[in-house]
Design a protein around this ligand. Structure first.
Ligand SMILES: [Zn+2]
Length: 214
């Protein structure tokens, strides 16, 4: 099996978000320069043509995109220790409230935090060795999605029921370079950041307290 991996997007000199029309345009532009009939390099032309064929086919492109994501994840995990999201603790759960007899009061998030005396959103329990290591921590976040169908402009839209947007769960990839101490609060500022076009983070800041793993 061939171990050589060719990034077809790089071959066509286009971003991974390029539309079908951009793929075609890039191919035509590069073919004019690199076609062997015009004195171009045959290998380079073959690379361009292969990339064009693959990225023009929806199924092939989707399959290739998945390969790219996997390669990316592997390259990150090679350098950073991956902390499974299930290890992250939410300190303001219903269970924590029930323990203090506050469940019936149906506090909102902020009130809950006040009564539980926590000034952070999440806890990240780490072992002593993990405090020193570079880490990759997927942090669960709530996202608000602008309706892709009506972009919020149609009160009769069947996709969003006229709401214009909807909530969904997502992950924020937090990279930590190591050198944490127990009790430290990591603040992620999400203001003005967007995970994707038409997507927003619901909160502007997430505070994560580093605790000692049991
Ligand atoms: Zn809609």
């Amino acid at each position: 099996m061939s171990a050589i991996f060719i990034d077809h997007y790089a071959a066509l000199e286009i971003p991974r978000t390029a539309a079908g029309e951009d793929v075609r345009r890039a191919f035509r532009r590069l073919a004019r320069v690199h076609h062997p009939d015009r004195g171009g390099d045959a290998l380079r032309f073959h690379e361009i043509y292969t990339a064009y064929r693959l990225l023009s086919n929806e199924d092939d492109r989707a399959r290739f995109d998945r390969q790219l994501v996997l390669r990316h994840v592997r390259s990150i995990m090679g350098q950073r220790k991956f902390i499974h999201p299930s290890r992250i603790v939410v300190p303001t759960t219903m269970a924590a409230l029930a323990k203090r007899g506050l469940l019936r009061k149906q506090f909102r998030g902020r009130d809950r935090r006040m009564h539980l005396r926590v000034d952070y959103d999440l806890e990240l329990p780490l072992g002593d060795d993990e405090l020193k290591l570079p880490l990759l921590v997927p942090v669960p976040v709530t996202l608000r999605n602008i309706c892709p169908e009506c972009r919020g402009g149609d009160t009769h839209c069947p996709v969003c029921n006229g709401r214009g947007s909807y909530k969904s769960g997502g992950m924020f990839r937090l990279n930590i370079d190591g050198g944490l101490v127990t009790g430290q609060i990591i603040e992620i500022r999400l203001q003005g950041m967007r995970p994707a076009p038409l997507q927003y983070y619901k909160k502007s800041t997430i505070r994560i307290k580093v605790t000692r793993a049991a």
